[in-house]
Design a protein around this ligand. Structure first.
Ligand SMILES: Nc1ncnc2c1ncn2[C@@H]1O[C@H](COP(=O)(O)OP(=O)(O)OP(=O)(O)O)[C@@H](O)[C@H]1O
Length: 270
């Protein structure tokens, strides 16, 4: 993912002054500030990693971007339009372009649905994206994109390994032809031996489809491998953000230095 930095076009996503608190009453801000004045931009084909300790606000940021949680203030411009101020029906239409892949594919895939049903579900919610007659062929093509054979379409989640399930979750996220994938710890629930397969699929897809990723991860060596830019989150704020190599080689913030020092593989490399 690191090798096409020069090709970036105009920003796909521009986030400005995003803020989300919890514990407020009657629509007022609450005392728990989970996302505090976050701003960043994301280009097509770019991978932004968001790193930080548990509780720093990474998942809340992801959910607020997608309007799964209501922001207190700020804006999220997708191709220049503020998602936070769109009417609900229009937001629903735009959602197809911003999809999320969760940490645990077992929890995110309904156990009683076949792979074909799981991949087709988004087309029921967004009719017109893929005609009914074209769906079987599109399912095969999506499975091929995540390196799974066609016959997996009749499998149920419990007939697959964790890595295969996560690849199905990725195929499903791609069904609506999104421009941005928010990947919330996409491989941390998987055995180390299969993590690399899933990462390879994600890197190939990014290149082929010019996808933008927001990659939430605790795994700093992996972040260094896949991300163009890194944002370091602490107590709801981006305390440091910049090109991956700059942040890793010359961290300017004390919190970033502590985080890097606690990652053994990176400390040894340094
Ligand atoms: N629904 C909620 N109600 C109240 N507080 C919440 C809620 N969701 C999150 N928080 C708080 O917001 C802060 C950020 O939490 P969040 O889950 O976004 O962090 P995170 O960085 O994603 O953590 P992790 O890596 O463990 O997933 C924490 O202090 C958390 O307790």
């Amino acid at each position: 993912m690191n090798d096409h930095k020069a090709e970036f076009k105009s920003p796909l996503l521009e986030v400005q002054g995003l803020r989300k608190t919890f514990g407020g009453r009657g629509g007022k801000p609450g005392p728990i500030v989970a996302v505090d004045d976050i701003s960043f931009s994301l280009n097509p084909g770019e991978c932004l990693a968001v790193v930080g300790e548990s509780g720093s606000g990474k998942s809340t940021l992801a959910r607020t971007l997608l309007r799964l949680l209501d922001a207190d203030s700020g804006s999220v411009l997708y191709e220049g339009r503020d998602l936070l101020s769109l009417p609900r029906a229009e937001m629903q239409r735009q959602r197809r372009y911003l999809q999320m892949v969760f940490q645990d594919p077992y929890a995110s895939l309904h156990p009683r649905r076949t792979v074909a049903q799981l991949i087709s579900e988004p087309w029921e919610i967004h009719p017109g994206v893929v005609e009914k007659s074209g769906r079987p062929a599109r399912i095969d093509a999506l499975l091929a994109e995540v390196n799974l054979p066609k016959h997996f379409s009749s499998y149920y989640p419990n007939q697959m390994s964790g890595g295969q399930r996560q690849r199905v979750a990725i195929a499903r996220a791609l069904a609506l032809e999104p421009k941005i994938l928010i990947l919330d710890e996409p491989v941390s629930a998987l055995d180390v031996s299969v993590q690399a397969q899933v990462i390879k699929v994600l890197m190939t897809l990014q290149e082929r489809r010019d996808l933008a990723y927001i990659f939430i991860s605790h795994d700093l060596p992996l972040v260094r491998l896949v991300a163009h830019k890194v944002a370091v989150m602490n107590r709801g704020r981006f305390v440091e953000a910049g090109p991956t190599d700059t942040v890793f080689d010359n961290p300017s913030d004390e919190y970033t230095r502590t985080l890097l020092a606690s990652s053994p593989a990176i400390a040894e490399d340094a």
